[in-house]
Design a protein around this ligand. Sequence first.
Ligand code: AMP
Ligand code: FE
Ligand code: FE
Ligand code: ZN
Length: 279
Amino acid sequence: MQTLAEHYDLHTHSVHSDGTTTVQEIAYGIHQAGLKGFALTDHDTCAGWGEARQAAAVYGLDFLPGVELTTKHGDIPVHLLGYGFNPENSELAAKLAGLRKARKNRIQKMVAKLAQDYPLSATNFTEIKGAIGRPHIADALIKLGVVKDREEAFNTLLSSRSKYYVPNEYLTTASAIKLVQRAGGVAVLAHPAASRNRKILDRQQLYTLTAAGLQGIELHHPENNLAYFAAISKAASGLELLVTGSSDYHGAGKPNFLGQCTTTAATVQKIRELAVMPR
Ligand code: AMP
Ligand code: FE
Ligand code: FE
Ligand code: ZN
């Protein structure tokens, strides 16, 4: 039997995007959970990689660098994890910088709409240096006592059906996969069976994305909807995708805890063998 000491948590968010804990706190939590290592996958940024390598060394952990990209395949929203790419690849670095800028504009627009009815202003967000997103607006609304937690904010004022909603900029899933690959990384489909996906990819769509270069699928995730899980596992079978599991930790922003779902060391080894920046 394998122990957690041979497992990794391959999907975590820090204060460099919409997590509430520092990279150092994540590394400590991974150590406390008894895991072998972790990946940092902040949205649209590699800003935490250096800190993560240092913190991993402090606790004798193995670190795999990563990122999470917001994409769409047709009308289906898809999150894509990219691991082990060269962060200095000019095409990818420029794209990430553009996405972070678009995030800022989009959040400013949502805040301007909300400010008509709630005492929020752009100045509430000036101290946020990382990749900004709706969770940061949620946190400001919690502070004001408008909602009790991020979950309530996402179910109400920040929902895509809300009058305050402004869509985010996104890449097509296939172009994001190719972008990650051209920068020497490994592309893995994030939380394909999460309830919030509302619509899941079918076998033909998974086949198309695999043909575009998709190499893995995060089948084990705390937010899995059991009905979706059965369908997506079946659709992915036979495509020889690497199967990963992760917590999608966001600190206090979500109930997900470090090590809640994990990936085997053997799978991480395979990802490493495919990646240009394996650590
Ligand atoms: P955005 O990228 O700005 O559209 O915001 C999406 C982010 O919000 C994702 O990274 C999720 O992790 C987070 N999120 C989505 N739904 C919820 C929820 N119900 N509770 C907490 N965080 C959520
Ligand atoms: Fe997030
Ligand atoms: Fe995600
Ligand atoms: Zn995530």
